[in-house]
Design a protein around this ligand. Structure first.
Ligand code: 2P0
Length: 356
């Protein structure tokens, strides 16, 4: 991609006026499911994720003096309805903070199947936050960028950082709740852990129920929600110890039970929300079979039927072959740890979240 030259905005020297950013999706090993504040996007629980090196989103934001309203496209197609509303609401937040009322042209390129439970909103809002923050001149550090990305989509707070990231829920009742909820990178012995995710796309279609709607419904109606939230905090503590000692089997076991528990909360909601399909269960059987054969392989699923199998990088091809053998129609992708959100064409100091 060509490096964009900043054009600047008269009277706002900090505003680049034109900025392009790239961000990658992340997969939660300890899930985020449920908000305590819908407007500020504050979760009930902490979550922990791995940012991937596949499916980047690239977003360019150009300020457009003279335009009547924001122009927002995804892969060249103008956005409409709720997706457009969410982007425009996010730009409003940025404009308010910048004290700059200009509309923008937002062009996004996604390489992940949108809406398929593969975290396109995480990479999408992390890239948008980085590009819009620079275009409007917010001058945010990585923590500030994570807080801002969170307002677009909760999981985007984590995609600001590369590798493993922990998103703090923040303290309920804190005077400035917004300040307390942000992600930070976790120091993990990645080389010793050698993590890989085999992504089995068993259905790339859009989901019937958005994760936003599904988590709201789960919190409101599922008798299993509070017990899961409590167990998830305990899982997080165990997960951090397992990561510290590069114990991939323990990491996988905790991640798998945390994800299955999250889906149990949805299945117990009234009425149930069920993202898992017959093909999902077939992949779960294949994962069990791999473990019986001595391969460290553990499954996690998000707001969709697709399965991400955590394994060692050294075993990834074997795991991918087993998944393909189980569900012949599945598209299988191999992923490893990826970088945080970064501006294209900017000097490294302007990229506080992008780990090498
Ligand atoms: C996660 N998911 O931790 C969890 C697990 C899906 C299942 O974060 O409403 O798109 O925009 O804050 O971030 C998906 O939810 O939801 C998600 P909003 P988001 O990755």
């Amino acid at each position: 991609m060509a490096v964009e030259q900043p054009v600047g905005v008269p009277d706002h020297p900090a505003a680049a006026g034109d900025a392009t950013a790239v961000a990658h999706p992340n997969i939660a090993l300890i899930k985020y499911w449920g908000k305590r504040d819908e407007r500020l996007v504050l979760p009930w629980t902490d979550s922990l994720s791995l940012t991937l090196d596949v499916f980047p989103t690239t977003t360019r934001v150009r300020l457009a003096p003279g335009a009547g309203r924001d122009a927002v496209t995804l892969d060249g197609v103008p956005l409409a309805g709720e997706p457009r509303r969410r982007v425009v609401a996010f730009l409003e937040l940025v404009r308010e903070r910048a004290g700059l009322a200009l509309p923008a042209v937002v062009e996004t390129r996604n390489t992940v199947p949108t809406g398929a439970g593969l975290a396109s909103s995480a990479s999408g809002f992390a890239a948008l936050a980085a590009a819009a923050g620079a275009a409007y001149g917010l001058g945010l550090d990585a923590t500030g960028l994570s807080r801002l990305a969170r307002r677009g989509s909760g999981s985007a707070a984590r995609s600001v950082f590369g590798g493993f990231a922990l998103w703090h829920a923040g303290q309920p009742g804190h005077a400035d709740a917004d300040l307390g909820s942000y992600a930070e990178p976790l120091p993990v012995p990645v080389r010793a852990l050698d993590p890989a995710l085999v992504v089995a796309v068993v259905d790339a279609g859009p989901k019937a129920v958005s994760s936003r709607e599904a988590m709201r419904h789960t919190v409101d109606t599922s008798p299993l929600y509070r017990p899961w939230a409590a167990s998830s905090q305990a899982d997080l503590i165990e997960m951090r110890h397992a990561l510290d000692r590069a114990d991939l089997d323990a990491v996988g076991e905790i991640a798998e039970r945390n994800a299955l528990g999250m889906h149990a909360t949805m299945l117990a909601a009234r009425p149930a929300v069920r993202y898992l399909s017959a093909a999902t269960l077939t992949v779960l059987d294949a994962v069990l079979e791999l473990r019986r054969g001595g391969v460290a392989a553990y499954a996690t699923m998000d707001a969709g039927p697709n399965v991400k199998v955590l394994c060692r990088g050294a075993d990834a091809q074997r795991v991918a072959a087993a998944v393909r053998g189980a569900v012949g129609t599945a598209a299988v992708h191999l992923a490893g740890p990826g970088p945080g959100a970064r501006l294209l064409g900017a000097n490294p100091d302007a990229n506080p979240g992008a780990n090498p």
